[in-house]
Design a protein around this ligand. Structure first.
Ligand SMILES: NC(=O)c1ccc[n+]([C@@H]2O[C@H](COP(=O)([O-])OP(=O)(O)OC[C@H]3O[C@@H](n4cnc5c(N)ncnc54)[C@H](OP(=O)(O)O)[C@@H]3O)[C@@H](O)[C@H]2O)c1
Length: 255
């Protein structure tokens, strides 16, 4: 029977690339996000490539909406073996002394509480499959801080804490927990969301960086972890572009 993978934040970037890749690996993918028009296009693309997927409208900040995702998982055509908690993002690059409380609240709600809500809702199905995997897409910001990143790094540190805690709590049960920590990934929307639609500021992040990671690179890491034999638990996978040795150490050319 086909295994089912759930990907949150599947309407763009890393989530969309992961949905495509996991469908190509043979999973039936439940692609979840708020923008259903994007999801419908993604599902059509996956089907055209010979895979199967279902679009599920889901706002991870709403318990009711997440309950709808769990209901969709129950109706899915196979055991739910994989959950990719990917929905998230950053808002603002302000110092702690002047950061907007609303931006911090948004980041905490989507990245941290979103992961909590979705994981709680799907854990029974993952465990019932007998071979479940929970992937949490945190970030190198989950273990490093940088100026202006206070709200985002606080949220990603919290997601990293969830991954570590959950792995301890689930020890002895058939659900592994994998944390993926990407560095700089050039996706279409991450910077636009961070800088409130300012394309110039978003582009400046990647200026002069030869070959930043792209969404498909991270999807490749997620797929690799998820397709290891189930007794192999990749606790944490840190992945950066070659040009980024550390958060503060980025090789840029031509600037
Ligand atoms: N890009 C990077 O450099 C980078 C580096 C490390 C880690 N990450 C992490 O990787 C993940 C994906 O990032 P990305 O670069 O692919 O960003 P992205 O293209 O902006 O994707 C974010 C996704 O999250 C979804 N989302 C936002 N709010 C949501 C909500 N309330 N409910 C459900 N879905 C929601 C968005 O879909 P809708 O708007 O349609 O709901 C979108 O599909 C994030 O957790 C991010 O923090 C990114």
């Amino acid at each position: 029977m086909t295994s089912v993978a759930i990907v949150t934040g599947a309407s763009s970037g890393i989530g969309a690339a992961s949905a495509r890749r996991l469908a190509a690996e043979g999973f039936h993918v439940l692609a979840a996000a708020r923008r259903t028009d994007r999801l419908t296009g993604l599902v059509a693309e996956i089907e055209a490539a010979g895979g199967t997927a279902t679009a599920v409208a889901c706002d991870v900040t709403s318990a009711e909406s997440v309950a709808g995702l769990a209901a969709a998982a129950e109706a899915a055509p196979g055991p739910v073996t994989l959950l990719v908690n990917n929905a998230g993002g950053a808002r603002g690059l302000d110092p702690v002394e002047s950061g907007a409380v609303g931006d911090w609240q948004w980041m905490y709600d989507v990245n941290v509480l979103g992961t909590l809500r979705v994981t709680q809702a799907l854990l029974p199905a993952l465990e019932a499959s007998g071979a479940g995997t929970i992937v949490i897409v945190s970030s190198t910001a989950g273990f490093t801080v940088y100026e202006g990143g206070g709200g985002y790094t606080a949220a990603k540190h919290a997601q990293t804490a969830i991954a570590g805690t959950l792995r301890l709590e689930l020890c002895g049960r058939p659900v592994r927990v994998v944390e993926i920590d990407p560095g700089m990934v050039k996706t279409d929307e991450f910077g636009l969301v961070r800088f409130d639609g300012n394309a110039g500021k978003a582009a400046a992040t990647y200026a002069g960086v030869p070959e930043p990671l792209v969404a498909e690179d991270v999807a490749d890491c997620i797929a690799w972890c998820a397709t290891r034999p189930h007794h192999v638990n990749v606790d944490r996978l840190v992945v950066r572009p070659l040009a980024q040795a550390a958060q503060h150490k980025v090789h840029r050319v031509g600037l």
